[in-house]
Design a protein. Structure first.
Length: 195
């Protein structure tokens, strides 16, 4: 399975890729990861690739991803082309305006972005930022999205292996918060059907 994770610096995309890749390894499989990071310390674009099974490259080709997890709308729209035909996207409805929009040189219409994504993918939108705040910290958007994707049946991993991976890859003082967020994401997927 090939999973592309997109967001901006500081949102936890790299941690999410480690959790998913290590989950596969815990289950006895193979996994590769790779990152494309642009000025991540300044809120720039970050893309993490997770490839499980037999792959020779850590990087997913355009049109090769089985799943897109995006922590932010613009990054979701920017990376839709990576999805295989018929593949799914799980995208946080948060919008982080780029500098050009903040300076008034461009506009970012949230509804237009969501319409573009919907027209070009099988997408599930989730207000993961709201759920993360309810769980206790905005920084757990990553584990909310993993939980939501898992709850929808979009990850070929067991919940047990994901939680074991979280315990290995997340510092002890933040583990309970992230487990709570993961389970909140799963709960949010109840009653949502694949399209």
């Amino acid at each position: 399975m090939d999973i592309l994770i997109s967001g901006v610096g500081g949102q936890g995309t790299v941690l999410a890729s480690k959790v998913l890749a290590d989950s596969r390894v815990i289950e006895g499989g193979r996994a590769r990861t790779g990152e494309t990071i642009g000025m991540s310390q300044r809120g720039g674009s970050v893309i993490s690739h997770v490839r499980t099974g037999e792959s020779y490259s850590a990087f997913i080709p355009v049109g090769g991803a089985d799943l897109l997890l995006s922590f932010e709308l613009i990054e979701g729209a920017r990376n839709i082309s990576y999805l295989k035909e018929g593949a799914h996207a799980v995208i946080n409805t948060a919008l982080i305006n780029p500098v050009s929009a903040i300076l008034g040189k461009e506009s970012c219409d949230k509804e237009e972005i969501m319409e573009y994504i919907s027209a070009n993918s099988n997408v599930f939108f989730i207000d993961a930022s709201k759920l993360a705040r309810e769980a206790g910290a905005i920084r757990v958007v990553n584990t909310i999205l993993i939980g939501f994707a898992y709850g929808l049946g979009l990850l070929d991993l067991s919940g047990e292996s994901i939680e074991k991976s979280m315990s290995k890859n997340i510092r002890a003082e933040y583990l309970d918060l992230n487990l709570k967020a993961f389970r909140s994401g799963i709960k949010s997927a109840e009653g949502v059907h694949l399209n």
